[in-house]
Ligand binder design. Structure first.
Ligand SMILES: [Fe+2]
Ligand SMILES: [Fe+2]
Length: 285
């Protein structure tokens, strides 16, 4: 039998600050020499841990593509790198560049599919509290409902938006700049990669619906159709699964925390394998 051709694979939410997740990173390996790996955010909370993980992966995969999750953007006391907000993000981008890892700040790479080239667009879009809970008409009301329910994302204390005045303003700036880059693809097929889901639907199954406001923005609700997405890759929810919206495949590719993936492995059927194949599309000839 022929060896499999190269594949575009994806994983996210490796959370290597948990010692039990580190062997998972060490186990991630390509099936073919030409495999690419998308790492869709929440690798780690310190720059040293991010470097530890990415350095291993670049040693094994032909190309590694990273987008930031909220955890990489946290400024914590445990990290000697005390940069905040945009300065922190830019520092992480330069770390990636020193390792040869592609980021949302690089030209979008093109996956050389036998069925025709597919652009891979790593995005960094953040969230703007527009996935509001029922009964909330404004951002302030949404936060108040979450507070009253005892559901507050740690981002409120650790993900600083500097020099923007707020995370939602940073989000809107990212959305505007990214929309222009995607429009310039003129409808060519693209795999969209973002830590947070581009549409709200996946957040409907969250155990705490108030948490959805930290999970994305309504501004990207039609991007999967408007920009001819071949597939959309995301994480953040720690609910690994494949769904379809408007006929487009969405892959939530997270590993998650040890207590979560252990529980998911015990289910029938168990959680998907760590690495998800994005292209060739599973089942495609
Ligand atoms: Fe995560
Ligand atoms: Fe996250």
């Amino acid at each position: 039998m022929d060896a499999p051709g190269p594949a575009l694979l994806a994983v996210s939410d490796l959370h290597v600050g948990y010692p039990d997740n580190r062997p998972i990173v060490s186990s991630l390996a390509p099936a073919s020499d030409g495999d690419w790996l998308i790492v869709a955010g929440d690798v780690a909370e310190t720059t040293a841990d991010l470097e530890w993980a990415l350095r291993q992966l670049t040693g094994r995969f032909a190309t590694v593509i990273w987008v930031p999750g909220n955890h990489e953007l946290w400024t914590t006391r445990r990290d000697p790198v005390q940069l905040r907000g945009v300065a922190r993000y830019e520092h992480l981008v330069s770390l990636c560049r020193s390792l040869g890892v592609l980021t949302p700040e690089d030209p979008y790479p093109v996956w050389p599919s036998p069925a025709g080239p597919v652009t891979v667009a790593p995005l960094f879009l953040l969230y703007d509290y527009s996935f509001r809970p029922d009964g909330a008409a404004t951002r302030e009301e949404a936060l108040e409902i979450a507070r009253n329910a005892g559901v507050i994302c740690t981002d409120e204390y650790r993900l600083h938006p500097d020099p923007y005045a707020s995370r939602h303003e940073w989000c809107h700036a990212r959305v505007e700049a990214t929309r222009a880059r995607l429009a310039a693809l003129n409808g060519a097929p693209v795999v969209l990669v973002n830590h947070w889901p581009l549409v709200r639907e996946p957040t409907r199954v969250l155990r705490y619906p108030q948490f959805a406001q930290w999970c994305g923005t309504d501004l990207t609700a039609d991007w999967h159709t408007a920009f001819s997405a071949a597939a959309v890759v995301y994480g953040h929810l720690h609910i690994p699964r494949t769904t379809h919206y408007d006929g487009v495949r969405f892959e939530e590719v997270s590993v998650g925390y040890p207590r979560e993936w252990r529980r998911q492995q015990q289910r029938r059927p168990p959680r998907p394998p760590w690495l998800r194949q994005i292209l060739p599309a599973p089942g495609a000839p």
